[in-house]
Design a protein around this ligand. Structure first.
Ligand code: NAD
Length: 284
């Protein structure tokens, strides 16, 4: 149990990746506070984990929600060791040309308020408790923090901004608080929603078949599940097993970054080579 005695606060921990992080943290011995706007998701968390979790219903766009979450966390568990900024929304790859004049300002504000301001305010509210515990911050970025086409310009810009936030806070808070990030690719099993300003709030990424869309273009050949990503959040949270890292971002791009210019038929050469050998090794 690598997080025995540790206390974490996870935003957006009631669903998808955040929920997998909470499950894994609890399994590793941590107690976890969760700030989320889904009362049903929070109730489910409580039913599944009992006293190991405390849910705070609130909206990450507001500093007061974060202050309440930190206060409840410290009141309930006595401290805060690790803040995970994770709540986010997507733009369903809406391209600039398709963003209507009467929606674009609200869409930008909503995207940045949740995906960027939501992390900044979480860090601001958690700072006194994290300074006391010499704690950690982990922000969920995305492939869209480094590459195009993981979203439209709104999502891509918001996740690039998360990279800046990680680096700047790592600089400002070292050596007292470590600030790192995880950049997941597509996540099987998540429920990522769209922007209300674009009428996409009820659209869930779970309706897209990410393995069908991505497996054939990824050198790993496999889109990861939320549970598979959760281990990386343990890595950055644990005090015992990591080297002193800050300002780093684990870029889980499924090998996207080494795919090369040619749209290769991934794995075909290996299959050809080993199949031929297997044929040649057949006894006469
Ligand atoms: N799903 C993917 O394929 C994918 C890929 C890369 C990165 N990400 C990132 O992973 C993170 C988690 O997304 P997910 O896919 O697990 O989505 P999800 O919808 O399954 O979970 C997000 C949680 O955040 C909560 N939330 C959203 N807006 C909120 C707000 N304003 N205030 C409070 N809570 C709010 C939701 O209620 C939900 O419980 C996001 O930052 C997302 O950008 C997701």
């Amino acid at each position: 149990m690598r997080l025995n005695g540790e206390v974490a606060l996870v935003t957006g921990g009631a669903s998808g990746l955040g929920r997998a992080i909470v499950d894994r943290y609890v399994a590793e011995g941590a107690r976890v506070a969760v700030l989320d706007r889904s009362s049903a998701g929070l109730a489910k968390l409580k039913a599944d984990h009992g006293d190991a979790v405390v849910g705070i219903e609130g909206d990450v766009r507001f500093l007061d929600s974060h202050k309440q979450a930190v206060a409840r966390c410290v009141e309930t568990f006595g401290k805060l060791d690790c803040l995970v900024g994770n709540a986010g929304v997507w733009d369903y790859m809406a391209q600039l040309v398709d963003l209507a004049d009467d929606r674009i300002e609200a869409a930008f504000d909503e995207m940045f308020s949740i995906n960027v301001k939501g992390y900044l305010l979480a860090a601001k509210a958690a700072l006194p408790a994290l300074y006391k515990s010499k704690g950690r911050v982990i922000f969920t970025a995305s492939n869209a923090a480094f590459y195009t086409s993981g979203g439209g310009p709104l999502y891509t810009a918001s996740k690039h901004a998360v990279v800046g936030l990680i680096k700047q806070l790592a600089y400002e808070w070292g050596p007292y608080i470590r600030v790192n990030g995880i950049a997941p690719g597509g996540i099987v099993g998540a429920d990522l929603r769209g922007l209300e300003a674009l009428g996409l709030q009820d659209q869930s990424i779970s309706t897209l078949s990410l393995p069908d869309m991505l497996n054939h273009v990824l050198p790993t050949g496999e889109v990861a599940t939320a549970e598979q990503y959760a281990g990386a959040y343990v890595f950055f949270a644990t005090r015992a097993e990591t080297v002193p890292l800050t300002g780093s971002i684990l870029d889980f791009n499924g090998g996207w970054g080494v795919r090369g210019l040619i749209d290769a038929n991934l794995g075909a050469e290996l299959e050809k080579h080993f199949c031929e050998q297997a044929v040649r090794r057949e006894p006469a």
